[in-house]
Design a protein around this ligand. Structure first.
Ligand code: UDP
Length: 404
């Protein structure tokens, strides 16, 4: 198949080049590579954010990345990209008139807008993966949500007009159904990880003291790092390592870092909290392997790669029972679930794991097995391919551009 992926702000080249890239860059890069490996002709369309970028790049993995001129050729925050999506869609339409794809798969809501516009005159089905939903973000972040106000109604429209919405977890499917998408027009393919890079240490069961607890991820309030800091006050003989945050020199003046430091002071745990700063992604497997427990307790989580990485490395995560965690972490089999925003529950869960090293090792082994068998990209690319074939066999559900 000729498969065209649209990822307006998250270029797969950032992820493949090892630069600092978020979950969507990695997802699109891995999916494109996996599909190319299965023999498909894969093109990824992403916004040109630098005048020096060539129009077309062929990666070592056999994927073509095309840089679409839409808006200024410079970095633009994604919350400011909406006004450029019509232009993006029109460029896609021109491109696809020359070389029509067999199928289009858009990533993130604004890519969905551009893809549906670009594919309006084509027979190719358009599939959508949101990665995160505006309505969930709005529910949890309220006035602090910086997305454009049109996001929520436009997402509902995209969801209704796409031939299929591929969610990354079952909790997202429930949200989509509430948005009016029939369950039969949804499918789930989770995010994956590379099991060759994230694997357990050959000899496990760390016995050293103090215990080491890891929190890793972007330092933004909704990730709940403050909850982990407050929990530490009730976990004796343990250190909390916090990885993530902006690169130096911004780190020391970052408002969230300052807030977390004040929180540690207030909780009386300053001497037991270690801010590691941003860790190069290639170095994260060894960091996971060096700790006893990982804590990932966001208020909400569209997917959550960190618990998967922890499990893959044989370390049980303590996670909030929200979003993607409900699918990825099996409570008391591969990790522990806790309610959101409850430091006492986090402390109790961590203490239980630290007190029972044999059980901890057993959970670690089950977690590593679970990730290896279910979340490798080779399998996820095959699952996605099967969905693509099913949609092509069924034909297009809606004509593009039809009124919802
Ligand atoms: N990460 C990293 N270095 C850091 C902090 C985070 O490599 O200093 C990586 C982490 O290993 C994970 C990703 O960033 O792969 C975070 O993904 P997740 O889905 O947990 O959260 P998101 O940032 O996408 O909301």
């Amino acid at each position: 198949m000729r498969i065209d992926l649209v990822s307006e702000h998250a270029s797969p080249l950032a992820a493949l080049g090892g630069a600092d890239a978020g979950g969507q860059n990695v997802h699109v890069a891995q999916l494109a590579t996996g599909l190319a490996r299965l023999g498909h002709d894969v093109v990824v369309h992403t916004r040109r954010d630098d005048p020096e970028l060539p129009e077309r790049v062929r990666t070592a993995a056999g994927v073509t990345v095309e840089h679409v001129a839409a808006g200024p050729p410079e970095p633009v925050p994604k919350d400011d990209l909406l006004p450029h999506m019509d232009e993006f869609g029109d460029r896609l339409a021109t491109r696809w008139a020359e070389e029509p794809p067999d199928l289009v798969h858009a990533h993130f809501w604004m890519s969905g807008l551009a893809a549906l516009r670009g594919a309006a005159g084509l027979d190719a089905p358009v599939l959508q993966t949101f990665h995160a939903l505006g309505r969930v973000k709005r529910r949890h972040q309220g006035a602090r949500d910086t997305s454009p106000p049109q996001r929520v109604p436009l997402e509902a429209e995209i969801a209704r007009n796409a031939d299929l919405v591929i969610a990354t977890c079952s909790d997202e499917v429930a949200e989509l159904v509430e948005m009016g998408v029939p369950p039969a027009r949804t499918a789930v393919v989770p995010c994956g990880i590379d099991p060759d890079r994230f694997s357990p240490a050959p000899h496990r069961a760390r016995t050293g003291r103090p215990h080491r607890i890891l929190s890793i991820g972007r330092l933004v309030e909704r990730k709940g790092v403050d909850i982990a800091i407050r929990a530490l006050a009730a976990i004796p003989d343990a250190q909390l390592l916090i990885a993530g945050g902006p690169a130096a020199p911004e780190f020391d003046r970052d408002p969230e870092v300052l807030r977390l430091r004040a929180m540690a002071e207030q909780a009386g745990v300053t001497g037991r909290v270690v801010f590691l700063g941003q860790i190069d992604h290639d170095r994260t497997p060894e960091l996971y392997r060096s700790v006893d427990v990982v804590v990932s307790v966001p208020w909400y989580e569209p997917f959550g790669t960190v618990p998967l990485e922890a499990m893959a490395c044989g370390v049980p995560p303590v996670v909030t029972a929200v979003g993607g965690h409900l699918d990825t972490v099996v409570d008391r089999r591969t990790g522990l679930w806790v309610p959101p925003r409850q430091p006492a529950a986090v402390a109790a869960a961590v203490r239980e794991l630290l007190a029972r090293p044999d059980w901890r090792a057993e959970l670690g082994r089950s977690g590593a097995d679970r990730v290896r068998t279910r979340y490798g990209w080779t399998r996820l690319a095959r699952d996605t391919e099967a969905i693509y074939q099913r949609v092509r066999a069924t034909g297009r559900v809606l004509s593009k551009g039809a009124a919802p």
